[in-house]
Design a binder for this molecule. Sequence first.
Ligand code: GLU
Length: 435
Amino acid sequence: MSDIRVRFAPSPTGYLHIGSARTALFNWLYARSQGGKFILRIEDTDLERSDSKYLDEILVSLKWLGMDWDEDIYYQSKRFDLYRKKAEELIKEEKAYYEETEKGKAVRLKVPKEEVITFYDIVRDKIDVNADTLDDLVIMKSDSSPTYNFACVVDDIDMKISHIIRGDDHIANTPKQLLVYEALGIKPPKFAHIPLILGEDKSRMSKRHGATSIAEYKDKGYFPEALVNFLALMGWSPKDDREKLSVDQIIKLFSLKSINKTAAMFNIKKLDWLNGEYIRDIELDKLTDFVAEHLIKRKIVEKDYDRQWLTDVIKSYKTRFINIDDFIEKTSFLFNEEIELEQEAAKEHLNSESTIENLKKLKEKLERLSDFSPKSIEEAVRSLSDELNVKAAEIIHPARVALTGKSSAAGIFEVISLIGKERTIKRLGDVSLAH
Ligand code: GLU
């Protein structure tokens, strides 16, 4: 049995952010790679800002990403007695004292005057923090709730946490927490502060750089496996050029020593690429389930959608979309009666009387088909091109624009078959010269 115990300690004051999810993941990967325990602790001491809607969302997102936790969830709001007891012990030992404030009695920890506090960090090695301005530390507030630095240490001790893996925005808290360990007479755990995630402009990742909450990625139609893969690569790498890795492969290779010292870059193109790879690899039937679920949720198809038809659509588009938003964009002409004509494409391909004439002839040919399969549509188009003595491409490009509104789509014969005879005839009948 490994005595490695790590924790993820979110405050339910906002949605699960990309950066926090990455912190959770590194903790979880470490626990799973070492046969240790992954503890979930909800830091909800700020009763005013904590909200159960955020808590629910954090739990849903963690589960969706596949991060299972060990033991029951700990809630700091239910542990106030413990913090009070520990504070009273420190007062009795004269390591802390009450301070009268306007709102009531607070408790402060006496802090030795030191110039620098040095600690060792697994990722960053030696860290020196300037401590000469540290005041005696408030550990209990006047409303008798504990401060973050105090509750965190009391809990990390009580939960026998062996490694604290968290964002390096907490480095400034670590010296304060070390003083609490010292006062409580407990040897501190090991620390691993992981570098921040930066946007491509090198400023801290924020809404300006893209969606920040995990729930948004879920809704946009990314696979949890792709997101986990992507999160793992922000600040860690397998030390070779592999990028697509399953979670089991990552667990095998993961170590705290292999976390990068430098900031991680948020690169949405990499996530899109990874998600596209997962889409290519997944079985068609499962991919159809995945897409259908999103389309139903967005009210694009009904619950009793045409399974065979949707499977065929996905088969044609499997290598062409990177998430559900993208799928919906690229296949909009299949799910809507009216098409949106890309003006540039129309100007380029629907610009001569003879082209429009040819499309009317195509309409007549397709009207006569009883079998509206890609194969028989292809035969009809080829024979029309022979009859008119024009290249097939001269029919296909304008037909694509007239039928899909777009300059690019999946294979045109499949696409026409998917649009179906009735809508194809209607769209070809409506076509007019673009100006
Ligand atoms: N509740 C803190 C946060 O969300 C936890 C920090 C820590 O891991 O110690 O940032």
